[in-house]
Ligand binder design. Structure first.
Ligand code: DX5
Ligand code: ZN
Length: 218
């Protein structure tokens, strides 16, 4: 299973997003874009106009993580804005199947995210509708939080459930992923790793991506 790294621009300098994206263009696989609305999570970041501009300015495909209320209404617009992947939260979506299908119809990969307190089992029947399952390893809203070890058994169960279906679902982990925690996540079965402070909080973001990948592949 190929390891993919998706640096989160939440920890980058928002005044220089194009340069920050370029800094990891040769080492990362995706650029993780955290969209927060100050309702689903207690923080506010960016929305469609910035995603549209970033899509034109960045070489990497955008991995948009929507931490917003009413993702059913907004998610398709992110696919239309050029996102390569659009992830909605299970806790927020009222019609997740319709929305996931719409994301795919518009040409993006469809992702479903689960907060640390949300169990994976009720969603196993939907795996055929997904390209990626995101298991949050912090309560969403902020970068730089401590990795929650309690989610490791859920990552393991999610990997087992993915294996037991025929669906080709990537398993992403987001929150507190670092040189200290990435190996445990990979061992539990994750294959796509979001890292904000562990990439953009470092002197050399590209080297940090390479180091994280090497550790996950061990
Ligand atoms: C948290 C966001 C994450 C965040 C991760 O709510 O979804 O993507 O940027 O930041 P780190 O890697 O610093 O925990
Ligand atoms: Zn995120």
């Amino acid at each position: 299973m190929a390891i993919q790294i998706s640096p989160s621009i939440l920890s980058a300098d928002f005044a220089h997003l194009a340069q920050e994206a370029a800094a990891v263009a040769d080492s990362a696989d995706w650029l993780h874009v955290d969209v927060m609305d100050n309702h689903f999570v207690p923080n506010l970041t960016l929305g469609l106009p910035i995603v549209e501009s970033l899509h034109k300015a960045a070489a990497l495909p955008l991995d948009c993580h929507l931490m917003i209320e009413d993702p059913d209404r907004w998610a398709p617009a992110y696919a239309e804005a050029g996102a390569g992947s659009v992830t909605i939260h299970a806790e927020a979506a009222k019609s997740p199947v319709r929305t996931l299908r719409e994301i795919r119809r518009l040409g993006a990969r469809a992702g479903l995210a689960l907060n640390p307190a949300t169990p994976v089992e009720p969603y196993a029947d939907l795996f055929g509708e997904l390209d990626m399952l995101l298991v949050m390893s912090v309560d969403p809203g902020f970068g730089g939080q401590k990795f929650l070890d309690v989610v490791l058994p859920k990552i393991r169960r999610a990997r087992q459930l993915i294996r037991s279906t025929d669906a080709a679902v990537w398993l992403q982990v987001d929150g507190g992923v670092s040189a200290e925690t990435i190996e445990r996540c990979a061992e539990a079965g994750a294959d796509v790793f979001v890292a904000g402070s562990a990439v953009y909080g470092q002197e050399d973001p590209a080297a940090a991506v390479d180091a994280l990948r090497a550790q996950a592949e061990r």
